[in-house]
Design a protein around this ligand. Structure first.
Ligand code: AMP
Length: 219
């Protein structure tokens, strides 16, 4: 199964798509995680991406398209994958259309106010990338990751001014991608609110019912 998750920063797509990939036994590919690792390791990609990320802008399409094309061609993507945070621009979506057939695109429809609220209190493990939130997913010990015991920190780009910029960039460059997929039968909208567990069950249903519909169409 080949899926992509779209949504504004803070919509929960990272947390939910990680869990979904685990449940479906397919690879979770987060372009944000790939870039953050490259920045941490000071690779050539990291050096190019650093400024864009910290200022809330998108990393240029030429770079992103190359990274994702290579990543999805790797062996571990053979059984399928979930793209989390890609595509974010029309050229990125066009590249995917040319190279692979996505089975489903899921749009996390969460208001900007709610996203800003969540991002203002979000913390991330600096070692493994696990996301925490004081109300919905607090760590067992303050400041420490439950999984790897790494230190938790606020992401540089979760600072209020940068969040504003990221939401603006989302509106201008990524919302048109939602429209792009609306014109095909592949878009499903995740508009449910609730606890993270309730949202996850709804998401699984959305994927399973879409898959049943596709299977019936093939029969
Ligand atoms: P995320 O973790 O998905 O919120 O991504 C963090 C940052 O990485 C974004 O604000 C962008 O600067 C960059 N980024 C991640 N994915 C992409 C993408 N598909 N295209 C361009 N920039 C991206």
């Amino acid at each position: 199964m080949k899926l992509a998750i779209l949504g504004p920063p803070g919509s929960g797509k990272g947390t939910q798509s990680t869990k979904l990939a685990h449940r479906l036994g397919i690879k979770h590919i987060s372009t944000g995680d790939i870039l953050r690792t490259a920045v941490k390791d000071k690779t050539p990609l990291g050096k190019k991406a650093h400024e864009f990320i910290n200022s809330g802008q998108l990393v240029p399409d030429e770079l992103m398209i190359g990274i994702v094309k290579e990543r999805i061609a790797e062996k571990d993507c053979k059984n399928g994958f979930i793209l989390d945070g890609f595509p974010r621009t029309i050229p990125q979506a066009q590249m995917l259309d040319k190279n692979i057939a996505l089975d489903q695109v899921i749009f996390f429809d969460v208001s900007e106010e709610e996203c800003s609220r969540r991002l203002s209190s979000r913390q991330i493990c600096t070692q493994c990338g696990q996301i925490y939130n004081p109300t919905t997913r607090p760590p067992l010990r303050a400041g420490k990751c439950d999984k790897c015991k790494g230190p938790l920190a606020t992401r540089e780009d979760d600072k209020p001014e940068t969040v504003k910029k990221r939401l603006k960039v989302y509106r201008e460059q990524t919302e048109p991608v939602v429209e792009f997929y609306k014109q095909s039968e592949r878009l499903s909208v995740m508009g449910k609110s609730g606890t993270p567990d309730e949202i996850f069950e709804y998401l699984v249903n959305l994927v399973e019912s879409h898959e049943r519909g596709r299977a019936a169409g093939r029969a």
